[in-house]
Design a protein around this ligand. Structure first.
Ligand SMILES: Cc1cc2nc3c(=O)[nH]c(=O)nc-3n(C[C@H](O)[C@H](O)[C@H](O)COP(=O)(O)O)c2cc1C
Length: 163
């Protein structure tokens, strides 16, 4: 799922969009999440987009980075996707460099993280129904996304084959 082409190259109109939305396990299976991840990664690579999607309980938090035209076009598609509802746009801002260039799209379910990582997150972010509560405040949402990114990267580095 990594995307080498979506690097930190300076581009005009580069932007970052963050939204949160609700889903339900009736609408998702593990297989459909895997398909969503691979289909999104492929689409995003073609559009020079990068990002990360967090699932916590039945809430999504997604960050998308790339040319603003491509980010807006994708968001317009995502809004109509029946797999989630009640989308709340948390931020849309112009950026000079990407924070999530590692992946064209990567999905992380916070519930599946190893306990020591989950415990670190629970110190920092409130819990609700045994799940980390996705913040409504843009700065905190970005902070959670950056923490999740750091965890994903450290997990990858600790894999036995070093991949
Ligand atoms: C939470 C969520 C996040 C999504 N993220 C992306 C994404 O990053 N890129 C993408 O192409 N589609 C994403 N999708 C799927 C789109 O809503 C849409 O189904 C898809 O882009 C259609 O692609 P297709 O025309 O190749 O079938 C997401 C859907 C959901 C529910």
């Amino acid at each position: 799922m990594s995307n080498q082409s979506a690097g930190n190259t300076k581009q005009s109109n580069l932007c970052r969009l963050i939204y949160k939305s609700d889903t339900s396990w009736d609408k998702l299976t593990n297989e459909s999440l895997v398909e969503l991840a691979s289909g999104s990664a492929e689409n995003n690579r073609k559009s020079n987009l990068s990002g990360l999607l967090i699932l916590s309980g039945e809430t999504f938090l997604q960050v998308l980075e790339g040319p603003s035209v491509a980010v807006n076009a994708l968001y317009a598609r995502i809004i109509t996707d029946p797999r989630h509802s009640r989308l709340r746009l948390l931020s849309f801002e112009s950026i000079t460099s990407r924070q999530f260039s590692e992946w064209s799209m990567h999905i992380v379910d916070l519930y599946d993280l190893p306990l020591h990582h989950r415990e670190l997150l629970t110190i920092k972010y409130p819990m609700k129904d045994d799940c980390i509560e996705i913040p409504d405040v843009a700065e905190l949402a970005l902070s959670l996304l950056l923490d999740a990114k750091a965890i994903c990267i450290s997990e990858t580095k600790s894999e036995p084959d070093g991949e």
